[in-house]
Design a protein around this ligand. Structure first.
Ligand SMILES: [Fe+2]
Length: 261
């Protein structure tokens, strides 16, 4: 029996609407480029922010793309991809992430073992049952591949591995993606991912290419948010009480300090 034609998908993408990273292309520009490259399914997963609307959904649909609502959420500073999460719910810790688990939401561990404070690293195995799939990220070369451990975990536990670009530049699109054997609807796609009906299509980056992406990424991070210094907010972000002390967290532009008492 012939297998149905798989869906070309990238479920980890950033755009200019991202409140954290300064990205040069908009969601519509990304969708247009992906349509030209034959993608069937995309999820825009900006940081702590859902870039999704009826207008964007229709824009994608007109170009043959199913757009899945998504977000890259930081939990204890570790990044987690949530596809089609319940609206308005944010998680501060992994136990609240467990409350978001439901058939119509997919939870992916992005670049889990990359050497970054934003990657899950040890948290992954500790909370493996919270996740539906592990990511195989585009950023690697024949010599340097931080995906290796994710691959080993995936093989050892029989866990689905999904290829994504985590694109911050349009040139990253298409370097690593997934072929999903599913119907073109959310339910069928999530079910196929959970049943590991996926193929990761990937190529290692050339060293020059990897160096260029790393340089551009660093430059983008150094340029920071799109707000001018005089507009830096001075408000409190959150107050977290622990058993031992009360700490006020300010945003990154104001110094951390402990509150007396
Ligand atoms: Fe990301």
């Amino acid at each position: 029996m012939n297998r149905p034609k798989p869906l070309k998908a990238d479920l980890h993408l950033h755009t200019a609407e991202d409140p954290v990273d300064r990205i040069r292309y908009t969601a519509k520009e990304l969708i247009s480029k992906a349509a030209k490259e034959g993608f069937d399914v995309l999820s825009i997963t900006n940081h702590q922010h859902m870039t999704f609307s009826q207008e964007l959904l229709s824009y994608a649909q007109q170009r043959g793309i199913l757009l899945i609502p998504g977000m890259e959420m930081a939990i204890r500073r570790r990044h987690v991809l949530l596809l089609n999460p319940p609206q308005g719910k944010m998680c501060l810790d992994f136990s609240s992430l467990s409350k978001l688990r439901r058939p119509e939401t997919l939870i992916i561990a992005p670049h889990p073992y990359f050497p970054s404070m934003y990657s899950l690293n040890g948290y992954l195995l500790k909370h493996l049952t919270l996740f539906d799939a592990l990511e195989y990220c585009h950023f690697y070369s024949p010599m340097i591949n931080f995906n290796q451990k994710a691959l080993e975990v995936s093989e050892f536990y029989g866990f689905p591995l999904i290829g994504n670009s985590d694109a911050h530049f349009l040139s990253q699109l298409g370097t690593t993606y997934s072929l999903i054997y599913a119907e073109k609807n959310l339910e069928s796609i999530f079910s196929a991912i959970r049943r590991n009906k996926i193929e990761v299509v990937t190529r290692p980056l050339k060293h020059l290419e990897m160096g260029s992406i790393a340089r551009r990424f660093l430059k983008m991070k150094l340029r920071g948010k799109r707000i001018k210094p005089q507009q830096w907010p001075m408000r409190k972000l959150q107050i977290r009480r622990t058993k031992f002390e009360k700490i006020i967290f300010y945003d990154v532009f104001t110094p951390l300090r402990k509150e007396k008492g």
